[in-house]
Design a protein around this ligand. Structure first.
Ligand code: PLP
Length: 362
């Protein structure tokens, strides 16, 4: 029987070949119509002020912190259940990551945790849409606004998700997306920054492009220092093909999630909760496993049966580096790292086979 992988892309070579041909023939591999087109189409889809494409969510998050002038000694409060990129960018700038524990149901930063951890040194908050779920982001944005603290949303997994009908990218000051192959929009590698704050629109483009803003004589005018974190035309063309399919991709993933819930809840598996006012893109389908079940053994058994699964995501404060340095493990995020499982999700998946193997393995 076929090995069932966690994901398969929602894009094929056949869909891309005309665009690739056009890019190769034009010789326009960077800063062309596809980069401009994808930025524009994302802005319209999200309903934000502007979108800038980047090489990854990691570079996007890093640039946002630079934009906010985060310096050594500043504190940045970060959701503790995430991929380590969320905290690495804070650490890299010499700032102090303050780990905020998460809700055991939604896996997202809890408002009371945030309120308790704000100090005079807090210079930014990084809320993570855990596994694509934005539940609670609006409340977090209200708290940040009341304290005049800028909010970065790590929406690496959350393109197309929304709360109260407002899409991720149009809620926080700055929102970062990933187009890594594990994500539902896959450009090989890649990312984007969406903003609703026009004051950032001035500086983001040149930070991402060597500090250049317009022309000076026959050359570029370098008005600032900057970096090259640009997405290429080939990548942007891939992104464009998938952005238009997002409503169908998201509906499809939520259907699969529903079937998993029907089949697995009788056995005590509890799905990550999406609040009623939320549409999640179901980027990853994650369950808490019943307490009596050894999650690691379950993952190993399923691998033997030809099914790829993995943990939900990581407790940042328990990563060896951060534990050794800050010794401040957050209990709920730690529990979730050890008791959650991510299940396969893609078009054509045999959900019944996955669930039967799970039930046979417990
Ligand atoms: C929450 C979160 N933030 C950031 C990243 C980093 O994304 P990228 O690989 O595009 O740098 C990931 C990747 O999985 C992620 O899940």
């Amino acid at each position: 029987m076929d090995f069932i992988k966690l994901v398969k892309p929602y894009i094929t070579f056949e869909e891309m070949q005309d665009d690739f041909k056009e890019i190769f023939e034009s010789g326009m591999f960077t800063k062309g119509q596809h980069v401009a087109g994808l930025s524009h189409e994302m802005t319209a889809y999200i309903g934000c002020s502007s979108t800038y494409l980047t090489t990854s969510a990691t570079t996007a998050l890093w640039v946002c912190l630079k934009l906010l002038d985060i310096k050594p000694g500043d504190e940045v409060i970060v959701s503790d259940f995430s991929f380590p990129a969320s905290v690495n960018v804070i650490e890299d700038l010499g700032a102090i990551p303050v780990f905020a524990d998460v809700c055991i149901e939604t896996f997202n930063m809890q408002p009371n945790e945030l309120e308790n951890k704000i100090t005079s040194k807090t210079k930014a908050v990084m809320f993570v849409d855990a596994l694509g779920n934005p539940s609670g982001i609006t409340k977090i944005a209200e708290i940040c606004k009341a304290h005049h603290i800028p909010l970065i949303e790590d929406a690496a997994c959350a393109i197309g998700s929304s709360e109260n009908g407002i899409k991720c990218g149009a809620i926080a000051d700055l929102t970062c997306f990933s187009f890594h192959p594990r994500k539902i929009v896959n450009t090989g590698e890649g990312g984007a920054i969406a903003t609703i704050n026009d004051s950032y629109v001035q500086s983001l483009p040149y930070l991402l492009n060597h500090g250049a803003l317009g022309m000076k004589g026959i050359g570029l005018d370098f008005v600032s220092y900057g970096y090259n974190f640009r997405l290429s035309e080939i990548q942007a063309a891939m992104g464009r093909k998938q952005i238009v399919k997002l409503p169908q991709i998201i509906a499809h993933r939520n259907e699969i999630r529903k079937e998993y819930i029907q089949r697995l809840s009788p056995y005590g598996f509890v799905a990550q909760k999406f609040n009623d006012n939320v549409v999640s893109n179901a980027q990853s389908i994650v369950f808490r496993v019943p307490a009596k079940i050894d999650r690691n053994k379950l993952v190993a058994n399923l691998k033997e049966k030809g099914i790829e699964t993995t943990l939900g995501t990581y407790c940042l404060s328990a990563c060896t580096y951060y534990h050794n340095k800050y010794n401040n493990i957050q209990p709920i995020a730690h529990y979730l790292e050890n008791h959650t499982i991510t299940l396969p999700c893609f078009i054509g998946l045999d959900v019944e086979r996955v669930c039967n193997e799970i039930v046979n393995s417990i």
